[in-house]
Design a protein around this ligand. Sequence first.
Ligand code: PMP
Length: 404
Amino acid sequence: MKDISEIRSDFPILGRKVYGKALVYFDNGATTQKPQCVIDAVNEILTQKNGNIHRGVHYLSDMASEAYENARQKVASFINASKKEEIVFTSGTTGSINALAFSFGEKYVKEGDEIIVSHLEHHANIVPWQMLCERKGALLKVIPVNQSGELLLDEYYRLLSPRTRIVAVTQASNALGTVTPLREIIDAAHAVNVPVLVDGAQGIQHGIVDVRQLDCDFYAFSGHKIYGPTGIGVLYGKENLLNDLPPYQGGGDMVEKVTFEKTTYNQLPFKFEAGTMNYAGAAGLGTALDYVSSLGREDIALREKELLRYATQKLSSTDRVRIFGNSSNKISTISFLIEGIHQYDTGMVLDKMGIAVRTGTHCAQPVMDFYGIEGTVRASMCFYNTFDEIDALVAGIEQVKKMF
Ligand code: PMP
């Protein structure tokens, strides 16, 4: 892997100061910073290649369409999809899950059916399924967790029933960092012919994701959490499954032929891409994936494990700090509270020191309810973070304790 100072210099924002202090960015779970190559890729589309995709015969439209379709191929290769037609671009993980919940729900879910999610889910992988359940009179079933924040697999096996239509589960909890046992979850669902959606929003950026090896049926992620731009995301689906699903939005590009009597739909993946898509964002995402590959995904995972180990050891030996989520398998995210101090106070004081952490429920209120707390402070690290920054966080926590 490249030297850490070289890596950091790829990200212009990491060099800036906040309130006159060096920025310590520990909110990578919310969104990651962008390397210059991604900024350049988006800029290139907007300054050199801007034309609406798949529509014009003119040069700029061709250039933009080519960049967009190249990005699709890059995503397919990155997650090892069988073909690029299995890659549907969306606005992000939320967009992907809503699309699937609507489309899948229209086709396969009826009254009395069941959908399984887990207690660790982000709201984006709860609410769209709840909305579907309300529309159809279906039931949401929830895989429970233990005090360490790990899923109880035996309970999951018991929840699977002949009424289960789909299992939608996160790869890693954004609130606690827990990595879920996808192998077991997918195998058990497939044994009873139930498809599985993996919410990869917190998984894709931390290691190698191979959808064919995983054998998940659907996989969703956001560009902005893997060093790409906002407003672009991916819904991967196995070709046969996507082919069988109805479109979820109507409009330009998703059609084959339109008459007032009947409209026929375009082939994959365009059937699911109505209207003008975010082609500049897609190009940026493709470049972000190239960047991550150039660093080496195994090396990224190793470095982040080291950061997690160091931060866990430091924080767990800090007086009055309680860590939430103690699974032995975690991404580099630590949720904690300082005893007797509200998470917002901690976050605000840290912010004034230039340390960006996330505070609150992390869009995962059920997890907070499980622990009987209103929220936590979350430090989510990635490969460009340093051990010195972790020391700065610990020093910041000491400062917070002195103030409250
Ligand atoms: N799922 C998980 C696990 C997440 O962490 C997030 C973002 N915090 C989302 C879904 C939603 O992602 P987005 O806001 O990019 O759609």
